[in-house]
Design a protein around this ligand. Structure first.
Ligand code: PHE
Length: 451
């Protein structure tokens, strides 16, 4: 596609909404609370926040810059900024593979959310005991047909939005979904302060206990910091490529990182307030959100509306993320291979759906089918989040710090803290972020695989 015709986000707000739409998703509301629970709370949160600030914000700026400068897809971006066939384009290629893998299991979880959304609309939590509600996700797991149907529904919605393109598909939805999500979360947060578990929740999340921190926890925190900001797989290179050349990258990056972190912490506070108020276990794993929230909704005045609103918004948050995963793949095939958007979107959607079946069945028919010690779901999730995304981030960071012209980079952050900010950013991208990633990958990956 020639540059003259390339679509662009309509303005900075539009971009911030779609980029935070990508960042804020199941990673924040579903994954962050349950992995924090599994890894013991406060110390894990601290490591996660440090990763966001010192490793991911620089890489966020790097990805946007690479996209904005090149106005090209994940792979061509590296070629345009360096030379055709440059080995650095491996980061883009890995990103396309990661997008496939992530979307395949992401859509399965998106399907669970849709199921709970419909259960809320149909008022099916009413009159049930806490135990009964707590068992609803296991009941869904025991029913492969429903799992596959919901997974299908989620993929169809994702494909439906991406087919519409940048401004009429993705941006239009981002503008509707994100402000709503924010409003509901604030409402829930205020409500939670009245729960007896609120204090304990804050304590659990913010009082670090380093005894519980293992090498693997640090790998998980780093991996999740990439996952939650949609980094390391060129999704932000792709979104950046639809950004106007004059747009301020630093402001946009900081706004997205702040929104994402705030929403993850707020979700954690809400979920653990409920967990501790009703004596549930903080380390319940992937089912955590699905057992805690309906329990709360069932008890609160106006619970029907809140529950419906909440699960709708989680579904929207998931969708605004899944579209960025699919768009990364679509942009590549449209830009680089010259295929038609609608065809690519549909074919990719079908391929991802089929791959996702393995993850959907990991909870029942294929539960005992292990590769090493992992089910397909755990394998796709762990491999992308713990290994591929940090590795992609590492390559992007080095490319940005060492290969691109320093003047260009300096220009792009002008007006933000002068020389010092620029030096700090360069130091982070060249040395600090890569060193952290290497260290964590070295210590953590063996732990994840063999631990
Ligand atoms: N950031 C999204 C979330 O937190 C997931 C995602 C990862 C989306 C990578 C796009 C790319 O749910």
């Amino acid at each position: 596609m020639s540059q003259m015709q390339r679509s662009h986000w309509s303005n900075r707000l539009g971009f911030i909404l779609v980029a935070s739409g990508s960042a804020v998703g199941l990673g924040n509301i579903w994954k962050f609370p349950y992995i924090t629970g599994e890894h013991g709370g406060g110390a894990f949160v601290l490591v996660y926040l440090a990763c966001i600030m010192f490793v991911n914000v620089p890489i966020f700026i790097a990805e946007l810059y690479i996209g904005q400068r090149s106005q090209a897809d994940a792979v061509s971006a590296f070629e345009k900024l360096h030379h055709t066939g440059t080995p650095w384009r491996i980061a883009g290629a890995m990103g396309i593979v990661s997008s496939f893998l992530i979307l395949s299991f992401y859509s399965v979880v998106g399907g669970w959310v849709l199921d709970f959304q419909v259960k809320s609309v149909l008022n099916q939590f009413a009159g049930k005991t806490d135990q009964e509600i707590g068992g609803m996700l296991s009941a869904l797991f025991a029913d492969p047909k429903s799992l596959l149907l919901w997974h299908l529904a989620f993929m169809v919605l994702t494909v439906g939005i991406v087919i519409g393109g940048i401004s009429r598909g993705i941006e239009r939805w981002g503008r509707i979904l994100m402000p709503g999500l924010f409003a509901i979360l604030i409402g829930l947060l205020v409500w939670c302060t009245s729960l007896e578990g609120f204090g304990k929740s804050i304590d659990f999340l913010f009082t670090p206990n380093f005894d519980k921190l293992t090498g693997n926890s640090i790998l998980v925190a780093l991996g999740h910091s990439f996952f939650t900001l949609s980094l390391g797989l060129a999704a932000m290179i792709t979104y950046g490529s639809y950004l106007d050349r004059n747009e301020d990258l630093v402001k946009a990056s900081l706004a997205v990182a702040a929104a994402d972190t705030t929403i993850a912490l707020a979700s954690g506070i809400v979920i653990f307030s409920i967990v501790f108020s009703f004596g549930l276990a903080p380390n319940a794993g992937p089912g955590l959100m699905f057992s805690t929230l309906p329990t709360l909704f069932n008890k609160m005045p106006g619970g029907y509306l809140v529950s419906t609103g909440f699960f709708s918004l989680v579904a929207f948050a998931a969708l605004s993320s899944s579209i960025s995963l699919l768009e990364t793949i679509v942009t590549y095939f449209v830009d680089k291979r010259g295929l038609s958007r609608s065809k690519v979107t549909i074919y990719a959607g079908v391929a991802i759906y089929l791959l996702g079946i393995l993850s959907a069945l990991s909870f029942n028919t294929l539960a005992d089918f292990k590769i090493g010690k992992f089910t397909f779901f755990d394998l796709f999730d762990g491999l992308t989040t713990n290994i591929l995304l940090p590795l992609g981030g590492l390559i992007i960071s080095l490319f940005y710090g060492w290969i691109l012209s320093r003047e260009g980079v300096k220009d792009s952050i002008q007006g933000h803290g002068g020389e010092l900010a620029w030096k700090g950013l360069m130091w982070a991208a060249r040395i600090f972020a890569p060193a952290c990633i290497l260290w964590v990958l070295y210590n953590g990956a063996t732990n994840w695989l063999f631990g």
